[in-house]
Design a protein around this ligand. Structure first.
Ligand SMILES: [Zn+2]
Ligand SMILES: [Zn+2]
Length: 335
């Protein structure tokens, strides 16, 4: 059994045919996220916000007693402690932080921002962008969905006889002589833009190997960041819950569009770096091919007794390494 100060998860995950994070939808086309790396290369990315959200959802799901959360997090509302009445009733920031931390494991681990009294808690779990190790293969799939609306064309005007009428679609560049105009309801449409009973959606899917980085700070679990008191007696089970959420999120990654674009997770390999003394856990990007060798070299420099590097070559090995960490204790500051 060891004391765990911080944990870094550095790895490469292979996700095929997923659609986990998107820029947003433009018309009926959903754009994948693009990020730019230090050397100028553009690649595909899944935001840290998305991954942090997935982790929080798993923490909630894996806790069988939902009373371990505040009245806000119990119902998965995003405000966290800021929506918790018993926190807002406090007048001093340290009391508000104590109330938020002691009443809710999710507020404790994932952080919050309470406006009155003003108190901010940084999350104890951090995620970077997951970035495609070039090249991620991208594809757009057209998905047809039957509309419930039947389109009635109530009136038609022949090509060349529009007489000042126009297609209702903004920036339509269909020329008068190319198309008839059809009236649906009180709007006119050219042949290209006439609503059809079948709606077409353009959905991107991507396949690739993604570099994942995350840092978890067990030493801060239950620690009031205003007065530096540890406020809870169940730090270990909070630590275990956060670790199990990591395990679950890679064993089954739920995110954007997973109802119809559930990712094919093919592999996960990398290292779990564990800092056992009060030294920030070193992080190096799995974008670098030699990141494992680098982290092992760093470990010998910092001291083999201070840092542990646990290698994993598959999802199963990752799950096993997380299981072993469950036996350890979250580091406690001597204050
Ligand atoms: Zn909460
Ligand atoms: Zn048009």
């Amino acid at each position: 059994m060891a004391n765990v100060y911080e944990i870094a998860i550095l790895g490469r995950v292979t996700w095929s045919l997923h659609s986990l994070s998107n820029e947003g939808t433009v018309g009926n086309v959903t754009e994948p996220r693009t990020v730019v790396l230090a050397d100028g290369r553009k690649t595909d990315g899944i935001s840290g916000e998305m991954l942090k959200h997935i982790h929080a959802m798993n923490m909630w799901a894996l806790e069988s007693n939902k009373n371990a959360f505040c009245e806000v997090c119990k119902y998965l509302k995003p405000e966290r402690a800021d929506g918790n009445r018993s926190v807002r009733q406090k007048t001093r920031p340290d009391e508000a932080a104590k109330e938020a931390i002691s009443t809710c494991r999710l507020c404790d681990v994932h952080g919050f921002l309470v406006q009155k009294p003003t108190v901010a808690r940084e999350s104890t779990v951090e995620f970077g962008w997951s970035v495609g190790i070039p090249d991620v293969k991208r594809d757009i799939h057209v998905h047809a969905r039957q509309s419930v609306h039947v389109v009635y064309v109530e009136e038609e005007i022949e090509a060349g006889k529009w007489e000042g009428k126009k297609c209702a679609v903004r920036d339509c560049d269909t020329k008068e002589e190319e198309s008839k105009l059809s009236r649906v309801g009180n709007k006119w449409y050219c042949d290209k833009h006439i609503p059809t009973p079948q709606m077409l959606y353009h959905r991107p899917t991507r396949s690739g190997v993604y570099a994942v980085i995350s840092v978890f700070q067990p030493w801060r679990i239950g620690l009031n960041n205003v007065n530096f008191d540890y406020e809870v007696n169940d730090r270990k089970s909070r630590y275990q819950l956060a670790l199990k959420a990591y395990q679950a999120m890679f064993l089954r990654t739920e995110g954007a569009m997973t109802t119809t674009r559930h990712p094919h997770t093919e592999n996960f390999e990398g290292v779990i770096v564990v800092s056992k003394v009060n030294y920030p856990v070193p992080v190096i990007s799995p974008l670098k091919d030699d990141y494992v060798q680098q982290i092992e070299k760093i470990k010998t420099i910092i001291g083999n007794n201070n840092v542990e590097v646990k290698k994993f070559n598959s999802l199963a090995e990752f799950a096993q390494e997380i299981n072993e960490l469950l036996n350890d204790e979250p580091y406690r500051l001597q204050i």
